[in-house]
Design a protein. Sequence first.
Lengths: 266, 788
Amino acid sequence: MIPAKFDYVRAGSVSEAIALLDKYGDEAKLLSGGHSLIPAMKLRLNRPAVLIDIGHLSELKSITEEGDEVVVGANCTHKQIATSELIASQASVLAEAARTIGDVQVRNRGTIGGSLAHADPAADYPAALLAAEAQIEVEGKNGRRKIPAADFFQGMYTTALADDEVVVAVRLPKGSQGTYEKFFQPASRFAIVGVAVVKRNGGVQVGITGASDTPYRATAVEQAYAEKGVDAAELAAEGVDMMEDHFADAAYRAHLAKVLTRKALA
Amino acid sequence: MGNFIGKSVKRKEDVRFLTGKGRYTDDIKLPGMTHAAFVRSPYAHAKILNIDTSAALRAEGVVAIFTGSDECGNYGVPCGWQVNFKNGETMREPQQPLLAKGKVRYVGEAVAIVIAETLEQARDAAELVEVDYEELPAVTNPKEAMQDGAPLVHDQWPDNRAFDWCIGNDRAEVEKALASAHHVTELEYVNQRLAPNAIEPRSYIADYNVAEDKWTLYTSTQNPHLIRLLLCAFALGIPEHKVRVVSYDVGGGFGSKIFHYTQEALLTWVTKQIGRPVKWTADRSEAFLTDAHGRDHVVKAKMGFDKEGKIVALLADEYCAMGAYLSTFAPAIPTYLHGTLFQGLYTTPLIHLDVTAPFTHTVPVDAYRGAGRPEATYLLERLIETGAKEMGMDPADIRFKNFIPAFDGVNQPGYQTQVALQYDSGNYAPVLKRALEMVDYENFRKEQAEARKQGKLLGIGISTYIEACGIAPSAVVGALGARAGLYEVGEVRVQPTGKVSIYTGSHAHGQGHETTFAQIVADKLGISIEDVEIIHGDSEQSAFGMGTYGSRSLAVGGSAIVKSIEKVLEKGAKIAAHKLEAAVEDLEYADGKWTVKGTDKSISFGDVALTAYVPHDYPEGVEPGLDFSSFYDPVNFTYPFGAHIAVVEVCPDTGKVTLKRFVTCDDVGNVINPMIVDGQVHGGVVQGIGQALLEGVVYDENGQMVSGSYMDYAMPRADDVPMIETDRTVTPCPHNPLGVKGAGEAGTIGATPAVVNAVVDALWHLGVRDIAMPLTPARVWAAMQGKS
Ligand SMILES: Cc1cc2nc3c(=O)[nH]c(=O)nc-3n(C[C@H](O)[C@H](O)[C@H](O)COP(=O)(O)OP(=O)(O)OC[C@H]3O[C@@H](n4cnc5c(N)ncnc54)[C@H](O)[C@@H]3O)c2cc1C
């Protein structure tokens, strides 16, 4: 459990972090809470030559309102998100997800930016962000861009983030009130399946994590909801390949997707 | 007699543990100490074509690198228990080499050891060792290992069979009884492989001192003397009196630290080569990959009943994995510690077990808390419970019908089983009665029916068990194949001021001996518990002891101490009589002093001790000093027993099992410290629940371990278990001076089938008859869909 050798640089700002990323290329990794990266480095599954620490940057630590959006800085910890009054009143689906992450220590250290960039297929936030139709704001050499959550998650540990880009914030439309239903994997306590639902304008938006190698919007459920109500949950796994492991086979994951969606819709 | 036995005295050792002042092997830093890292096989089975250490040798800080082609490759660790084939041939015993030679046989097997100035350097250099492998097909499941054409673990044995074995009555007779039984219950299941997961990973430091030509091995072991013997006499062939083995504090073992591991011998060999101390501590990944595992039986079993529900016969066939090599006690676990418990608490007249023990491309399997006895209890309790349900009988009633009638082992003889053992004393009905009362069994059935109407799935599961503890006597275990004695030694060294140092050959790794043993001594001597120190874990302090496992410490080790105390008091009385100018017969000993009966003339224990060491005015013919050592070799095992009941709720939507209650009534004989016994029961029960609901080592088809971390191997946590409700009855052991039976494994032995029985009970009306452990929500849900 000892990582390979690495150098450590503390970036003074986001732009400095970007410059450092540019300089070191794929030798380098950003470090925020360290709760995904460091365990992987200890197992030597990940061996960056340089760590660029951005965890302390206060410019990424605030939770604010901008027009119709709640803007959550990438360095906000799970704890901060779970306990923010603004999020509770305008984007509660995110707080619901944050509350279920890991344990107290993990929530005190881990950040939303790190979680999104890491893109563990069983992570909790993606379901909430998909359901909220959030956008992930990233900054690189060529400035900032906003990526809709649906485009951001591209596969297991794979995102739309370019090598030299930093996640700076998550933007959620106000009124992203909703629920998150999670079935815990008993060892890791990540999600075997997690379902987030945001009800907006009489319709529902459903995001599902853990079930498949990429978190997805359950569009079939959303479309059928007007007609079928909670029974639309039966379509939660429609057309999606489910993952399998020794805790849950594909049939069980599909079943859980339906059960949890029903619960979240109710 | 005194003030301590039977009291919940707070654990003396906890101050040290809870304030981070424990002395674990990894805490020890010796001057000039080097660090070791291993190059391990990524394959379950492969030929080693070439090992290139040249780049690694050039790496910063590297002191030395050794592989199986070096001299150490000629050494291996021995197996400590011999089991013979049914036809009398000796078991097949491959040498487990200190480093793999020619072939690797499980993922994680050590191929090379890299020694460097720092641990970081050792790890970095280990990555530079290049090994060319030719991967070969592997087999990890014990039943599949016995099929024709299965990949061979050891080429010289073309059927993978380490041994086969049987116990009990004639098989044909048992089969005949089953054929004519009123009802036969049959189950086929896997008692899954478990990883032991002690909180402290294994850790060793070997230190060779040129000046004295002596080695010191610091090791996280449960039995320092046995390790010294195996290391010196069998693994390396070095003189035993030149080796000191030290294991101070050990952070849990659960059996996994009984065994003599290759790393202990290898480091002892290495330190002399490099002339410096060398340390290795497993990380958690290495613990999963290389600590000996437990269980892993593939079972087919039948229990026959008559019309009244009395068991008429029991027959089982089991495939029990040994792993790639035979670990120290491996052959004993599925045989003498398993089949000998098939009588359970029942009067079953005909019993037969056939065991086939194959090699597999996995880490070795050996004793894990309960060791063979949880597997026996699981088999019996799943069968009897299922039988009752199939016949429409109450699962509690059927047990009462089958219990062996009470016997105290004094006025009534011990109970002779069909499977070699003779139980010491037992009174089985009261433990089940009490457990049923605690759980309010009568009412539960109503509650269950009511809940079912509301769509809630409640279930209750019973398990009653017996175990054989205090493993001994030496002559018996010797006849059964043990290559060691199983007595214990206890020395009482009274210091001139009357303070007492106790040297025990048993070893504590969480059990609280420093308190329990001190309670006995303080009680018997009538002195303060603060005046007693328990010393263990150093082969140069205590005489040759046998260590701790099989819930033996109190029954065997405690008894040895009692024998020594008796000798101290006997000699003390002579000194006291001299000082008091009275006859020994006229003295009585109480509250720490000898008094001349009927007078107020007395002398304290401390004054007698001082006299013994300053023998100016001293009885003639008596030696100075007050120091006695005793070896205690009991006449039989001890047989604790009990009843466990689990109440569960199964989520109808997801199959998730929630434990609502867990009730135990155990009988561990006399109890020295009730709090410590409760703690042992709690821990054991949680481990048993872990097996039922959560834990399991999983290998994929290539022999890769897919459950090799806490992300993938589910351990029970506080929120997985309810408050555990405990009670006890007391049936003293008739054959040891304390009347104690042992409590270390009871929880694990009883708990697992209680939980599984409860879940099946909750789902019986849906047609569910059995579910494979661990009962993950996915499996439970599949069973509810009729897919198990
Ligand atoms: C015991 C434990 C339990 C956990 N349980 C859960 C759980 O139940 N649910 C769950 O969702 N997660 C869980 N996690 C993961 C946890 O949420 C992590 O904190 C999170 O995934 C990563 O955030 P971090 O700040 O720690 O990122 P780090 O570990 O510092 O970084 C993770 C990755 O993101 C990159 N990165 C970090 N910040 C940025 C950024 N601003 N822009 C671009 N890239 C960046 C890093 O280079 C790295 O590749 C658990 C972790 C642990 C250790």
